[in-house]
Ligand binder design. Structure first.
Ligand SMILES: CC(=O)SCCNC(=O)CCNC(=O)[C@H](O)C(C)(C)COP(=O)(O)OP(=O)(O)OC[C@H]1O[C@@H](n2cnc3c(N)ncnc32)[C@H](O)[C@@H]1OP(=O)(O)O
Length: 441
């Protein structure tokens, strides 16, 4: 952290609680291992606040139990902000929620532990008073103090999190695919593969396939525990078993799972639709074969998906117009907390030394850093050298996984410097596969 701009973690925490106290609010960290009635009520109220904020229906006991089990399995940390007990109508439902867990991110060269931030909500009665800002600032300070090099989240709206230093680091494709006889591959994958339709509880095979995808895919995040329930057919939104949910896995030539697809059929009135909830393949042939499997589902005309990695399907079909991209939503947002640790854990694509000036209003990444890269890796250290380029921490987060090129950010005015500095920074930074993340959180 730069000494002049950053507040210590203790100062941030103190500011958070003293400010909130002035609003007659208190911050409580929930202990998921505490079975006392008081804590169980707190946790139930916390879940209700999250569900209410995302316009989902109230939880029943079974749903609460599943949710808490998944949170426990992930070691999730829950924080709630409550009205003080003496206030009229003060309840166990907090006015704000915030949670985090730690999982590994594939940076393209390493598996890096990262803080995943989720379930950020503030009640409409308390919005725009800076409650989320206080919780976020304190949480990022805590993550930095714990030595986590970066934090990630997915955003409900695009204009909220840039101000906290998060940059869009991966995208997804929303697609509609014509699966009638128009869908034809130029060549069917022929690598000894086999696709098997399995019971939804074949979770070992699905887990193995996902792990293989995660290990080789830049931008991939380990999945939180609730995916286990979902892949077994538990619908978290509807709070019950979804008996329309089906799963198939792909086995490679050695019989090991290297991909899977989860889908369900929907009669959409004017057309018959297959909704693809998950399609994950560790290799391009695995992904192509799984899409062909989707197209082979009879009595359906259209497949609809929001997918992490469509590649290389558009190039593998005889008629590329069978695929309509209906959107390219942002997915994972990256917030760099420790520049040296984060940047030395990503791949580099030239042998050179470039000095960057990073601006960070919260302090964590603020400063001047020299990246000395050779043979694909880099040593990154604080520096007193004159910077070749200057950017803010949000732009650095967007660059981190290679989703956007330096030139694009420079043309948008997000990276500044002399032309030669930008060119060398681009040669050093840009390259490698497009990042993909198949995890929603
Ligand atoms: C990672 C996730 O969990 S994403 C899910 C986020 N949650 C939701 O979308 C649920 C519904 N919405 C909410 O619960 C709340 O409106 C929240 C959490 C988005 C915002 O909480 P608030 O306490 O109102 O935010 P707070 O007052 O701290 O605002 C912090 C800053 O973000 C800005 N901001 C807050 N919400 C929005 C928004 N929806 N769009 C744009 N800017 C926003 C504020 O203007 C403020 O800016 P400033 O500090 O630079 O002046």
């Amino acid at each position: 952290m730069s000494d002049d701009t950053a507040m210590s973690e203790r100062e941030v925490m103190h500011l958070e609680s003293s400010d909130l106290e002035r609003m007659d609010l208190e911050v409580v960290d929930l202990d998921l291992d505490d079975d006392s009635d008081a804590m169980v009520h707190r946790v139930n109220g916390w879940l209700e606040a999250v569900l209410r904020s995302f316009h989902e229906k109230r939880a029943d006991d079974e749903h609460r139990a599943k949710w808490v089990a998944a949170l426990r399995a992930d070691g999730s940390r829950l924080r709630g902000v409550y009205e003080r007990g003496g206030l009229p109508f003060a309840t166990d439902v907090p006015v704000a929620t915030f949670s985090h867990l730690t999982k590994r991110l594939n940076t393209g060269s390493r598996q890096l532990p990262v803080r995943m931030i989720t379930d950020v909500t503030v009640a409409p009665t308390h919005r725009r008073r800076g409650i989320m800002r206080r919780l976020m600032t304190a949480n990022l300070a805590d993550a930095a103090a714990q030595g986590l090099p970066l934090a990630v989240l997915t955003a409900s709206e695009g204009s909220i999190y840039g101000r906290f230093g998060f940059g869009v680091a991966t995208h997804e494709d929303a697609v509609r695919i014509d699966t009638t006889s128009r869908f034809r591959l130029r060549e069917r994958p022929d690598d000894g593969e086999r696709i098997v339709i399995v019971d939804p509880d074949a979770s070992d095979a699905v887990r193995t396939a996902y792990e293989r995808f995660h290990e080789v895919t830049r931008g991939s995040l380990e999945r939180p525990a609730y995916y286990e329930g979902w892949l077994r057919g538990y619908d978290w939104e509807e709070q019950g078993e979804d008996r329309a949910h089906r799963v198939a896995i792909r086995l490679d030539a050695q019989g090991r799972p290297d991909g899977f697809v989860a889908w369900k059929f929907k009669d959409a009135g004017d057309h018959r639709e297959v909704s693809v909830g998950d399609l994950v393949g560790a290799t391009p042939p695995a992904r192509i074969a799984l899409w062909q499997f989707v197209a082979d589902l009879d009595l359906a005309d259209i497949a609809v998906a929001r997918t992490a990695n469509l590649d290389p399907l558009p190039w593998a079909v005889t008629d590329p117009r069978v695929i309509t991209t209906t959107g390219r939503p942002d997915h994972v947002w990256v917030r760099i907390l420790d520049v040296a640790a984060a940047l030395s854990a990503r791949p580099w694509f030239a042998d050179d030394e470039v000095t960057i000036r990073v601006r960070d209003a919260l302090g964590h990444a603020d400063g001047t850093w020299t990246v000395t890269a050779s043979g694909g890796t880099a040593v990154v250290r604080r520096s007193a050298a004159t910077a070749d380029v200057e950017l803010d921490v949000e732009a650095l987060g967007a660059l981190y996984l290679g989703d956007v090129r330096v030139d694009d950010l420079a043309e948008a005015g997000r990276i500044v410097g002399r032309a030669d500095g930008i060119r060398r920074f681009a040669q050093l930074t840009d390259g490698g596969p497009t990042p993909h993340c198949a995890t929603h959180f």
